[in-house]
Ligand binder design. Sequence first.
Ligand SMILES: [Ca+2]
Length: 207
Amino acid sequence: MLSVRLNTLIVSCLAGSAIAGTPSLIINGSFEESSLNPGANWSVLGGGDTSINGWITIGSGIDYFGTILNASDGIHSLDINNLSSGGGISQSFVTQVGWTYTVTFDMAANMFGGPAEKIMNVSAGGSAEDFVFDYIAAGSTAQNPNWASHEWSFVATSTSSTLQFTGVSGSVYGAALDNVYVTGEVPAPPALGLIGLAGLMGTRRRR
Ligand SMILES: [Ca+2]
């Protein structure tokens, strides 16, 4: 009986819990590694640009910030809009069908111009959500953007998922993005399956 309880406990701990300390499932989530160096300014990247390691720009592209805007991590961050709305950036990574993936990221604004509300869409695995950052309300400055941390989850429907950040609000002054991190979570098995598995493990142990 003790072995059955112990096995049940082990299975319960493995299922439905994030693996603490696991490295991010994407690479270069802080946008620090690149062939470009914007220095104290920014670099303008059009659509289809792969200058930022691991990522490809989409739509009308992005602005790659140097130290002109204080990053939330390291020295580089992004303006998800380039010359207009509809820019963005994406990265594909290996996923397990049915697993839940949690994406954390920091959002602020290119606060050098309006509109006050910067809207950014996050999508993967057929799920999507808009996030809003009002730089006037947040009192953002270039040196203190008041980065806001967000968490968003999706369930993978394929063995490869594409995480995408897209600018929704208009103008050349879009949402700012930095410090993207992704972890995966083992799906919890059905209760009946858990009991059956625990019983099977206990039976094998007694032989
Ligand atoms: Ca960074």
